[in-house]
Design a protein around this ligand. Structure first.
Ligand code: GLN
Length: 195
């Protein structure tokens, strides 16, 4: 089965290109029907408020939560990680999927620094990746089951929890496909639901 990329808004085409570069078929996911035809899901960068509202309105958010509980591997980059978080600092009312047991802070590198690039060490990769940060979030709290995979300036910018992962930055905007390959190797892992 192909890999789905949530294609409501944002840089989903860049993920489809990256998947093509590693020889994997990627398909756009806009509905529960599309989601049922993929074996894993990437949630791209974009605008988390807008996409959250649409996920809620069309029932796709619930379908994603069900698929994650059944064990579907999912990876959120930037906006995607915000949507996957349990909690968004200072934004109790913003819709999120509550999949990763993390709290995130949006736009955490300050209003002036819209965008920058720097090396980020990733625990499971031998060489650092080039982190492209665009109005990027950071992880401000990690629950017990969450493993920080990468830090930058003392802040957690990549996490893994079972079959779920999140990165603050955008590997799909670089030529480096190691994190895409890493994600494609994650085994499906059903989540125990504690409600
Ligand atoms: N700042 C955006 C948000 O909060 C995320 C930015 C991105 O995905 N590059 O939704």
């Amino acid at each position: 089965m192909p890999v789905g990329v949530l294609a409501i808004q944002g840089d989903f085409e860049k993920h489809l290109d990256a998947l093509a570069r590693v020889g994997m078929e990627g398909v756009e996911v806009r509905s529960p029907e599309h989601l049922s035809k993929v074996e894993r899901l990437i949630l791209p960068g974009g605008e988390s408020t807008t996409v959250g509202l649409l996920l809620q309105r069309y029932g796709l958010g619930e379908a994603i939560q069900d698929a994650a509980k059944r064990g579907m591997p999912m990876w959120g980059t930037c906006m995607g990680m915000i949507l996957m978080a349990r909690s968004i600092q200072g934004r109790e009312n913003q819709y999120r999927l509550n999949l990763l047991d993390i709290e995130v802070a949006r736009n955490a590198f300050g209003a002036q620094v819209h965008s920058f690039e720097d090396e980020v060490e990733i625990a499971d990769l031998e060489e650092p990746v080039l982190g492209v940060f665009i109005r990027a979030p950071v992880v401000t709290q990690c629950g017990e089951g969450v493993r920080p995979l990468g830090q930058f300036q003392g802040k957690v910018v990549a996490v893994r929890q079972g079959a779920l992962m999140g990165t603050s930055f955008h590997p799909e905007l670089t030529d480096d496909t190691r994190l895409h390959s890493y994600f494609l190797e994650i085994e499906p892992t059903p989540v125990d639901s504690h409600g």
